[in-house]
Ligand binder design. Structure first.
Ligand code: NAD
Ligand code: MG
Length: 396
């Protein structure tokens, strides 16, 4: 039995992960799960998967859940607060810890898991955007193994030769003849919207993604292509890829999940339905292939595949994230924090749609980006950027 710990168990990736686990109850057991505040969903997980430990970031929610577990005689310890989430992530009982927490909140827990030398199923891209160098130094130090779950990075991982799959964070791409990483994206719901109408986009419009069904923050990020920008940074750390080797390509149908081009002219692509259960199953079962519940892609039904280059006037967030990637970890932490604050403000209708990129640009401009490395410096840069973003928003 392989023990699994699932952080962010009640979200979109968490729910898809549970669907895959449900298909393999003889091979996997859910050791522990963490979430922010969804008591009912966590109770349902406790009933069905019988985990040993649960943690809720929100302390009142943890207290409610603890009482309900007691009332139902569920033999499950319930921890609370950030410390509780970090404790279950790092207790060393799981063979694989999946980090599907959204945003910066996923960083400390995943670093605690890395220290146990386990497999890390990594969906939480913000953790890498903030700490890529430190993260992989820790992975090396504690002999942990990273398995990407973000669909593009899982695709790239699957297209890479085995030697590179085993050296994530330190890949020698040149040695294996890798010339380019082709990171694909759907272009989101506003790919063809006239540019002058983008200012008036509402949260409800931006939350309706044409292809993927995901949590609210990443859905907005997909529409601005900040998501692709964060993925650019994520790829640069995961595959130790210099910025100029990563090319971004819009592929609206999202059947190709990314590609790797080699110096002899060969291009490897990973294809399939746009369904996160495939990359989750790839991570959970690695190196074996698991049933994921996803149907095979029907090429005749799929029809045309098309590709266009991204237009930076339409997607200023993408341009900013690529620029931040060149500036280093201080800038990537800054843009990530500014974006989290801006997206939250947009979802509350406090700022307009195109203001998201304006906030990110202004925060990048107004803060200085030292070449930061350790956790203290990262969280310092994160909070300075959040503070600055709130001020910028206040002045709109
Ligand atoms: P979501 O909003 O649906 O779920 C987030 C989960 O994190 C929830 O379970 C929530 O309770 C938990 N959470 C939030 N704050 C927490 C905290 N402080 N402590 C503990 N748990 C906390 O988000 P999602 O769409 O599932 O995305 C999760 C992560 O995976 C993000 O980083 C996203 O970029 C990445 N990702 C998602 C998809 C997708 O298809 N949804 C694809 C690729 C990558
Ligand atoms: Mg992705």
């Amino acid at each position: 039995m392989k023990e699994i710990t699932l952080l962010g168990a009640t979200g979109s990736i968490g729910t898809s992960s549970l669907q895959v686990l449900r298909l393999h109850q003889d091979e996997f057991h859910l050791h522990a799960a963490a979430a922010c505040s969804s008591v009912d969903k966590m109770l349902a997980i406790a009933r069905e998967f019988k985990p040993h430990r649960l943690a809720m970031f929100d302390k009142d929610s943890a207290k409610k859940l603890r009482q309900q577990c007691l009332d139902e005689n569920l033999d499950c310890e319930v921890l609370e607060g950030e410390e509780g989430v970090i404790e279950i992530a790092g207790d060393g009982e799981a063979a694989q810890v999946i980090d599907a927490i959204v945003g910066a909140a996923g960083l400390k827990p995943v670093l605690a898991a890395v220290k146990t030398g386990c497999e890390i199923g990594l969906a939480n891209k913000e953790a890498l955007v903030m700490s890529g160098r430190l993260f992989f130094d820790e992975v090396k130090k504690y002999n942990a193994k990273v398995l990407p779950i973000d669909s593009e990075h899982s695709a790239i991982f699957q297209c890479l030769p085995g030697g590179l799959q085993r050296t994530l964070g330190f890949c020698d791409l040149e040695k294996y003849g890798v010339k380019n990483i082709l990171l694909t994206g759907s272009g989101g719901p506003f790919r063809t919207t006239p540019l002058d109408e983008l200012e008036n986009v509402t949260a409800a419009q931006a939350l309706a993604h044409p292809v993927w069904s995901m949590g609210p923050k990443i859905t907005i990020d997909s529409s601005t292509m900040m998501n692709k920008g964060l993925e650019f940074i994520e790829a640069s750390y995961l595959f130790n890829a210099p910025g100029e080797t990563i090319k971004i390509l819009i592929h609206p149908q999202s059947f190709i999940h990314s590609m790797v081009a080699f110096k002899d002219g060969a291009i490897m692509a990973q294809l399939g339905q746009p369904d996160m259960r495939t990359p989750i199953a790839r991570a959970l079962g690695y190196p074996e292939r698991l049933e994921s519940g996803v149907n095979l892609l029907d090429f005749v039904q799929a029809g045309q595949f098309s590709f266009v280059a991204p237009d930076f006037n339409r997607y200023p967030c993408l341009k900013l994230a690529i620029a931040a990637s060149k500036m280093g970890q201080g800038a990537t932490t800054t843009i990530n924090a500014a974006n989290e604050v801006a997206v939250e403000a947009f979802l509350k209708a406090q700022i307009g749609y195109m203001d998201i990129s304006r906030v990110c640009a202004e925060v990048l401009e107004k803060t200085k980006h030292d070449n930061i490395y350790n956790l203290e410096e990262i969280f310092q840069a994160d909070s300075v950027a959040r503070e600055c973003a709130r001020k910028v928003i206040g002045n709109f």
